[in-house]
Design a protein. Structure first.
Length: 403
């Protein structure tokens, strides 16, 4: 196997994924193209410099449809001989794009790739593409399908996480994100997004709420209680799969769940020969990658078995990892990860996460890997692990080490 390296990472700021969000005016194609241009410019990529652009994108419909990756390449300044492919592994699409690219390099199928992803949730609403897992009653009944929020509350019920514990985790995410932004910890990879006239429109993650506290979160109503307990009664479906529980404890709300966001991220991945040919210094080496399927009802427990699997592939233990990025889809997801591995919270999501800064579905995996690498370098640590839960019951993980 050939070693695959990360040479650079670039991401946009994350904008609020609503019509009043700053990035609402920017289509997913433009978000992607600006990110690709920034990465290419920073690394002096000219001509047919990379084998492919592998691009995560979850809601592939309308202006995000028709192989958005290829559209983004053509809209960008990249050479038209560079192809593009869009992939969808739900919330881990950005990380899966990176993992595919890394493994292509490791297997000798090309010297370099650009991988990452995009989501414009303010323009293309989540779920607007439909899908059999939710819409086909025969599949939904067979899989005991429930919405993700019900699955998150089921995790809290099964593993004993209270509303206060979930809220406390969310408050800490906000504090960490606010501190990281104030100290410029995101500046290495985060670009400034411009409008069509070249005017700066966003240079920071706009969803952070530094003032968040337990009192403000305590005033929020549970988001999934009504759809769980009132028709169509998703709680009843979940409890058919988990009859050991009398009821589901609904603890999640807008303040301790990931925010809907717009954003894009790109990572330049290549072998040693690529770096030498372009006078680039590698920043990190891919150690191992993993993906796994899990129970589709509780749905969001994938980071635990995916981490177990990637550590086994790497020949490592949890104690060998210096820093972790565990996507904050819901507070209970990260609390379960901490519980399962008896992990030190001081090493997990040290700069906050999606609860504070938002979760642009197709981009988040690449964003958290970028954040992980920047933090390893900032703190002079060696090894990091990124992992995400995934809709319909999956998980993905990646281990990198600094070069």
């Amino acid at each position: 196997m050939t070693d695959a390296y990360i040479y650079d990472t670039v991401r946009t700021p994350r904008g609020k994924g609503k019509p009043d969000g700053t990035l609402h005016e920017v289509t997913a194609v433009r978000l992607s193209a600006q990110t690709l241009n920034a990465l290419a410019k920073r690394n002096n990529l000219e001509g047919h410099a990379v084998e492919d652009v592998i691009w995560g994108n979850v809601t592939q419909i309308g202006e995000q449809g028709a192989c958005l990756a290829r559209s983004a390449v053509l809209y960008s300044d990249l050479d038209e001989r560079i192809p593009g492919v869009s992939i969808n592994r739900f919330c881990a699409s950005g990380l899966e794009a990176v993992n595919i690219a890394a493994n292509q390099v490791r297997g000798g199928a090309g010297n370099a790739y650009i991988a990452g992803g995009v989501e414009s949730m303010s323009r293309v609403p989540m779920g607007s593409d439909g899908g059999a897992i939710a819409a086909d009653p025969t599949l939904a009944m067979k899989s005991y399908f429930v919405p993700q929020g019900i699955g998150a509350d089921l995790i809290a019920t099964k593993y004993g996480f209270s509303r206060d514990e979930c809220d406390a985790y969310a408050v800490e995410s906000q504090k960490r994100a606010a501190k990281a932004q104030a100290e410029g910890r995101f500046a290495k990879s985060r670009m400034v997004l411009k409008d069509q006239n070249g005017i700066d429109i966003l240079d920071r993650d706009e969803m952070i709420r530094a003032e968040t506290d337990m009192q403000s979160l305590g005033a929020l109503r549970p988001s999934f209680k009504e759809q769980g307990e009132v028709m169509p009664g998703f709680d009843a479906i979940a409890l058919m799969k988990y009859p050991q529980f009398e009821r589901i404890n609904h603890v999640h709300h807008a303040g301790n769940s990931s925010g809907i966001a717009d954003g894009s991220a790109a990572i330049l991945i290549g072998n040693k020969e690529f770096g030498e040919a372009h006078s680039l210094k590698p920043r990190a080496r891919f150690v191992a990658t993993s993906r796994i399927g899990t129970d589709p009802t509780i749905m969001l427990t994938g980071p635990v078995p995916a981490t177990e699997r990637v550590l086994q592939a790497a020949g490592m233990s949890i104690g060998d990892i210096d820093l972790f990025e565990v996507n904050e889809a819901f507070a209970s997801v990260v609390l379960r990860f901490l519980q399962a591995f008896d992990a030190d919270h001081a090493k997990v999501n040290v700069n906050g996460g999606a609860i504070a800064m938002g979760h642009p579905l197709g981009a988040t995996g690449a964003i958290i890997l970028s954040t992980l690498l920047d933090e390893l370098e900032r703190t002079d640590k060696e090894t990091g692990l990124a992992t995400l839960c995934i809709g319909s019951g999956m998980g993905a993980a990646t281990v990198i080490e600094r070069v």
